[in-house]
Design a protein around this ligand. Structure first.
Ligand SMILES: *[C@@H]1O[C@H](CO)[C@@H](O)[C@H](O)[C@H]1NC(C)=O
Ligand SMILES: *[C@@H]1O[C@H](CO)[C@@H](O)[C@H](O)[C@H]1NC(C)=O
Ligand SMILES: *[C@@H]1O[C@H](CO)[C@@H](O)[C@H](O)[C@H]1NC(C)=O
Ligand SMILES: *[C@@H]1O[C@H](CO)[C@@H](O)[C@H](O)[C@H]1NC(C)=O
Ligand SMILES: *[C@@H]1O[C@H](CO)[C@@H](O)[C@H](O)[C@H]1NC(C)=O
Ligand SMILES: *[C@@H]1O[C@H](CO)[C@@H](O)[C@H](O)[C@H]1NC(C)=O
Ligand SMILES: *[C@@H]1O[C@H](CO)[C@@H](O)[C@H](O)[C@H]1NC(C)=O
Ligand SMILES: *[C@@H]1O[C@H](CO)[C@@H](O)[C@H](O)[C@H]1NC(C)=O
Ligand SMILES: *[C@@H]1O[C@H](CO)[C@@H](O)[C@H](O)[C@H]1NC(C)=O
Ligand SMILES: *[C@@H]1O[C@H](CO)[C@@H](O)[C@H](O)[C@H]1NC(C)=O
Length: 395
């Protein structure tokens, strides 16, 4: 009796233990997102990669995500390395508990209309390399604690409602290659510390309320390919140090309150493809070093910027006049020699052939050269009118 009672008890206890281990602990938060029973083995789901019943990677796209929130228990997935969630209509806020995930390298949260701000705790994820929190309606400021993420390479926070100023601590992130904070409500100055980011390739701070001058330190960003500071309230003149951006391809400073003249040093930017300076208050004239570059140049809506097109057209007129005079003299020479030929056909026959050939050839050469020059000039004026037209549509 006693022994069988004990045996039955042992069996019941074993069953209970078995039933409990049936539920994978790591799946509890994921099953909330997936709208599954807590006991569902989420590791069977395509977007969840497990190892020894621990979740390592999450890659979830949910198109009908109304009222789904990211559960705070995500912070228990201590083996998680990769978190990608695109959940349409995701609701709620970013759990501060994510800051406990010391192995996390990648965070991408998209598709939501979230409330709340970027938790300070994200600055504790010391292995984080990429952070994507764009277009999810985040408010509040960018936490300065993000300046502790020393392995961070990419940070994209664009098109949210972020306010406050850009934390200078971001300048400590020496591995950063890309910053995109376009389309927020950031104010204050651009921190000069950003000039320390020697690996930075892309810096996009457009469509904010940034004010003050463009820090000359940005000229130290020798690997920068894209600098977009358009649609802010930046004032003062363009720092000539930007002429040191030897790898820059796209430079957009349009729609600010920039004054002063365009620095000649920008003519040193040999990799430049597009320079956009429209909608400012620049003055002076476009430096010849800049004009010389084979780039798309947009300068419209700078009322005080002298258009050098008058200069161009006088040069064109002079060239046209020279060409006409040359053409006429060649014509006269030709007609003259023909009449001469008609007069003394017989005795001038050989001397005519020998003298007319070398006379005609160099004049043809000159004629070709000037014609080439003229067509070059018309091409370049065409380009500037084209760029003027595209500028207005560009805006
Ligand atoms: C988010 O979802 C909850 C229900 O889960 C709901 O009560 C709340 O109103 C939703 N919030 C928004 C902003 O839609
Ligand atoms: C999981 O997370 C919740 C809330 O973040 C916490 O209360 C709970 O103790 C955690 N569970 C484990 C097993 O760590
Ligand atoms: C996880 O983070 C939360 C809030 O950030 C904290 O209160 C909690 O103690 C942490 N849990 C663990 C297990 O570290
Ligand atoms: C996001 O939610 C807010 C309220 O929290 C609402 O006013 C806004 O229209 C929503 N935006 C979108 C794109 O759904
Ligand atoms: C995580 O970050 C918060 C806020 O930045 C801080 O108060 C907390 O001490 C940090 N926790 C750990 C474990 O580093
Ligand atoms: C990070 O940057 C801030 C401000 O730019 C500075 O005061 C701080 O000492 C830096 N921290 C580290 C660890 O480099
Ligand atoms: C960066 O630029 C500033 C001003 O343009 C200069 O004073 C400074 O020495 C530069 N720093 C480095 C590390 O090159
Ligand atoms: C700069 O950013 C603004 C805002 O996102 C965008 O409209 C513009 O096209 C960008 N400029 C360039 C040259 O890409
Ligand atoms: C850059 O341009 C300026 C003016 O056009 C010139 O004086 C200077 O030597 C150039 N610097 C380099 C490094 O090419
Ligand atoms: C442009 O600058 C001139 C003189 O510096 C100033 O009088 C004018 O108000 C400015 N215009 C704009 C639109 O800022």
């Amino acid at each position: 009796m006693n022994i069988s009672f004990i045996l039955i008890n042992i069996i019941i206890i074993l069953k209970l233990i078995y039933a409990q281990s049936d539920t994978i602990e790591d799946c509890i938060p994921i099953n909330k997102i997936l709208r599954k029973e807590p006991s569902y083995n989420c590791c069977l789901n395509n977007g969840v990669i497990c190892s020894n019943n621990r979740i390592i990677k999450i890659y979830l796209y949910i198109s009908d995500g109304a009222n789904i929130e990211l559960p705070s228990e995500l912070g228990n997935l201590s083996n998680l390395e990769y978190l990608y969630v695109k959940i349409d209509n995701l609701n709620g806020s970013i759990p501060a508990e994510l800051g406990n995930l010391s192995k996390l390298k990648f965070i991408y949260i998209d598709g939501g209309n979230m409330s709340g701000s970027i938790p300070n705790e994200l600055g504790n994820i010391s292995d984080l390399e990429e952070l994507y929190l764009s277009r999810i309606n985040l408010k509040g400021s960018i936490p300065s604690s993000l300046g502790k993420l020393s392995k961070l390479k990419i940070i994209k926070l664009h098109n949210n409602g972020l306010s406050g100023s850009i934390p200078p601590e971001l300048g400590n992130l020496s591995n950063l290659e890309e910053i995109n904070i376009n389309g927020n409500k950031l104010s204050g100055f651009i921190p000069s510390e950003l000039g320390k980011l020697s690996n930075l390739k892309i810096l996009e701070l457009a469509e904010n309320k940034l004010s003050g001058s463009i820090p000359s330190e940005l000229g130290n960003l020798s690997n920068l390919k894209i600098l977009n500071l358009s649609q802010n309230k930046l004032s003062d003149s363009i720092p000539p140090e930007l002429g040191k951006l030897s790898n820059i391809e796209t430079l957009d400073l349009s729609t600010n309150d920039l004054t002063g003249s365009i620095p000649h040093e920008l003519g040193n930017l040999s990799r430049l493809k597009t320079l956009t300076l429209s909608n400012n208050n620049l003055s002076g004239s476009i430096p010849k070093e800049v004009k010389k570059l084979n780039i798309k140049l947009y300068t419209s809506n700078n009322p005080l910027l002298g258009s050098d097109s008058s200069n161009d057209s006088t040069i064109i007129i002079i060239i046209v006049i020279i060409a006409c005079v040359l053409g006429l003299s060649i014509l006269f020479a030709f007609v003259y020699s023909k009449t001469k030929k008609n007069v003394g056909v017989d005795n001038r026959n050989t001397s005519y052939a020998s003298s007319s050939a070398p006379r005609n050839n160099p004049s043809l050469g000159v004629n070709n050269a000037t014609r080439l020059g003229i067509s070059n000039m018309t091409v370049s004026t065409n380009r500037s009118t084209v760029s003027n037209i595209t500028t207005s549509t560009f805006k």
